[in-house]
Design a protein around this ligand. Sequence first.
Ligand code: IVH
Length: 683
Amino acid sequence: MTTLPAVEAVTSRAAYEAALQRLSEASQAYYAAGDSPLDDVTYDQLRLAVLAWEAQHPEDAAESPSGLVADGAAPVGDVAHTIRLLSLDNVFDAEGLVTWGTSLQRRLGRAPVGGFTVEPKIDGAAIAARYQAGRLTRIITRGDGSHGEDISHVIGQIDGLPEHLPVPATVEVRGEVVFTQEQFETANAVRTAHGAQVFANPRNGAAGTLRAKDRPYRLQLTFWAYGAVGLAGEPFLPSGATHAEILAAVSEAGVQTTAATAAGLHIVADLAEAQQRVDEIAALRAELPFGIDGVVIKVNDAGEQQAAGIGSRFPHWAIAVKLPAVERQTVLKDVVWEVGRTGVLAPTAVLVPVEIDGSTVTRATLHNPADIRRRDLHLGDTVTVYKAGDIIPRVQGAVVPLRPADAKEVPLPAECPNCGGPIDRRQERWRCAKGTACALPALIEYAAGREMLDLDGLGKTYVKALVESGVVTDVADLFALSLDQLTAATSSAKRAAKLAEQIESAKERPLSRVFCALGVLGTGRSMSRRIAGHFGTMENIRQADATALQEVEGIGPEKAPVIVEQVAALAPVIDKLVGAGVNMIEPQEASQAPGGGPLSGKIVVVTGKMTGPLEGWGRDAMNALIEKAGGRPGSSVSAKTSLLVAAPAAGGKPSSKAVKAAELGVEVLSPDAFAVLVSDYLD
Ligand code: IVH
């Protein structure tokens, strides 16, 4: 498997100079056009390699730009900041936060009593915005913290940062400017229409947009304030205001603050509670409509902030808990097209494998042909890929400056990739002109699978015959087949009789299997079990709106309406199933351990081939077992994982999931030990 080259350790002066050069080029490109040829992970690895060399060669360190903001590449500008714009020190885990708490206590001589605030660390570009008597007069970039560039030309272009406030406040608000995901998509569409290069990702796009003066189009951005200071000798609030009070006053004055994000601004009593909020915000990350790269914890009380003091670059009273990088750059090798249940042609990007947040990503979703063109994607492009939590990875954009000379525009299909027939191109989402009929055989085969209706006598050839003869137009038609029709399809009265028997017993399958057999997108075996377990009957599922569906674990605001829409569209099929006497009720014990079970409330991840009593158990069967025993299956190891079931290391080398579990202190069990734990559920 080809993977991207890792950053090597710097072991010679020549390598050191080359690494400094790469860092400097990356920073300069980022500040010039907003596109960095390195992703954050690679940039950080390279920077650590440089710092490791400098630790051993102090003579180089003295001359080095590595101690400066953005390695000295940030454009500084000539507007003096009222008060230095400080950066934040980072920790990377709960342990780091505890260590920070200890040093804070040392500085204060006691534990803080005014509590802490917890808010998202928004991944955008920092600005200071000055309001004089309620009018936005100047916007300044962060620059080197002492001086920034005047970017007042973007006034009026930033949601959350109004030109006029409803009150005559004089204040300098400080915060982060970003493209939300939606603004980013629009920005790239506008850029493509103007023949400009697409942005590789929202953050780089926002940084470039703030500094661009002469574009023939305007792109809308969004602002969230995380602080405010007095201006022109006027204090904004009386001294002694807490951080939470300052943000509340900013919001009251009409400027959007971090408190208005879905992650919110919370006041907590101590760092244990703060860590809980960090975990909650981390879990929300995939659903936030903008990027975050951490969570910021601040001492709330002004007196305690002052007592903790500030260092040369960071305040001692605030800390960023960094979250793992969820975006990497890799190469787009190919785009493959699949035809979904409704006949929609869905493109998937095939990528050079890249590690993102503990898992190897080889594929990512693309939306439709128009979207591929809006993103100006070429085969061979270096692309930025985003993956957070359990969401399907998505391609954000191409890093156009890295495009190879021979890169070709992604080819779009000329005919249906499933049946070879014509394509209906009337909408953005292309469909096979045959619609549902194109993917029907695949859907019927899926529905007949062991985990769904379990019709093992219904092979591929018979499905094809039933569909082609027109007697099966959907899953429900299986239950209305006559012996004659089955005999014709299987060319055997004996086979037909056996199949008829299987179809008869399939009417008794639990709801979770019947629901799964419908092939609703995003509802595989595990999700179908959760949905059926939660709602109990098909009628309840049909009645559920998007809000009700979000009560089911793993269904977020993006997925819920899609499921509602599909269930509604399947109404005729479900009615036919009901009419045929198919069971529409979930027996409670089939989906979940009554009263808990040994895995109650636990998130369990499985890796490797199972052994011992679990030998031959696939991922679906393991997930079902976990759910039966009261737990919830997870796909990747994170701080939220309760337990990792790991097969013995092949060749003595532990899997990446086992390494991550060890780092995070997650309990690891062998398949044998796990089988003992859940032995009551191994039927
Ligand atoms: S507070 C005195 N709060 O992260 C404290 N910064 O890596 C100054 N950032 O320079 C910063 N979200 O540009 C703070 N909620 C937040 C933030 C935040 C994003 C940025 C900010 C800062 C950088 C440090």
